[in-house]
Design a protein. Structure first.
Length: 120
């Protein structure tokens, strides 16, 4: 490996995105902070009941001589185990201003339902 490639690999960090998880009546919402990640550098997949979220943030390459460099390239990674109440075929994701919102819809059979009372 070239010296530059080794340095870039050492500088690359794995970042666990900050997340909020809230439950609504028919779904669970995951909101993850992933600033600097574009749609092209974002991947969500379900494998063996595990939702895996990965993303890559890349800083523009410059030849500047930094006095301080706190922002670096980084790889985001987070995984969640999905229980059997989640409809794995009905997962939606939307990115807005660096926040990824993943909607995990509940299966129909576990959603709350109103039971009609009949009068005799």
């Amino acid at each position: 490996m070239a010296k530059k490639e080794i340095q870039e690999q050492e500088e690359r960090n794995t970042i666990r995105p900050s997340a909020n998880i809230c439950e609504e009546q028919d779904k669970v919402l995951l909101s993850l902070e992933m600033p600097g990640v574009t749609k092209e550098n974002l991947s969500l997949k379900v494998e063996s009941n595990e939702l895996q979220i990965t993303g890559r943030r890349s800083e523009p390459q410059t030849d500047d001589n930094y006095l301080i460099r706190e922002r670096r390239d980084g790889d985001y990674f987070q995984a969640y185990t999905l229980d059997d109440t989640i409809d794995q075929d009905n997962i939606e994701a939307e990115m807005d201003s660096g926040i990824l919102v993943v909607s995990l819809h509940l299966k129909e059979e576990v959603k709350p339902r109103q039971i009609e009372v009949k009068v005799k």
